[in-house]
Design a protein. Structure first.
Length: 184
């Protein structure tokens, strides 16, 4: 968790100090609760996991299903209205803004939510729906509706989302910490 706190400090210009982040960052609180809920989910105490997730949602306004798989340093900035579905997989160093939905498109029990790869940025209000993949270092524009895979190093925008830019592999999008050392 301390690496997450450090990564938030480096990625959020409004974060003045570590104490402020620890006390006042709902995205951090949601991840903290999720880590606990996910442990209960893994050991098959699903009801307890869902109660913890519910408490987290009531406190933070961020809904993360206890079964969702989340990598290191997920930064949920502003947070209110974020929904992360049960079979979602989120890689490392991802940035998600408020109002984002990682939702399913079917009632089947298998994989039905998106996979977000490392260093992606998901803009405010974006809806990413179904068992699709958002590639490494990709960006999804605000309010985009994404129902198809997005290649790595690509920016998509619109309803439905369309490719507007292919970035080179050395590109560092705003808010993505690929060039930041979280160990210092």
């Amino acid at each position: 968790m301390f690496n997450l706190i450090k990564s938030i400090k480096k990625r959020d210009p409004a974060a003045n100090n570590y104490l402020e982040i620890i006390l006042l960052c709902p995205g951090l609180h949601a991840i903290f609760f999720h880590r606990i809920a996910n442990l209960f989910w893994i050991i098959k105490l699903n009801f307890i996991a869902k109660v913890i997730a519910y408490i987290s949602r009531m406190i933070t306004g961020i809904e993360i299903h206890p079964a969702a798989k989340i990598g290191k340093n997920l930064f949920i900035d502003h947070g209110v209205g974020v929904v992360i579905g049960e079979t979602s997989i989120i890689g490392n160093n991802v940035l998600i803004y408020h109002g984002v939905t990682l939702g399913g498109t079917s009632l089947k029990k298998g994989k039905r939510h998106p996979t977000i790869n490392d260093d992606a940025i998901i803009g405010a209000g974006a809806k990413i729906l179904g068992p699709i993949t958002i590639g490494k270092q990709s960006r999804v524009g605000a309010n985009a509706v994404v129902t198809r895979n997005v290649e790595s190093f690509t920016t998509v925008m619109g309803i439905p989302a369309k490719v507007i830019k292919k970035n080179n592999k050395n590109f560092t999008p705003y808010g993505t910490p690929v060039d930041l050392d979280f160990n210092n």
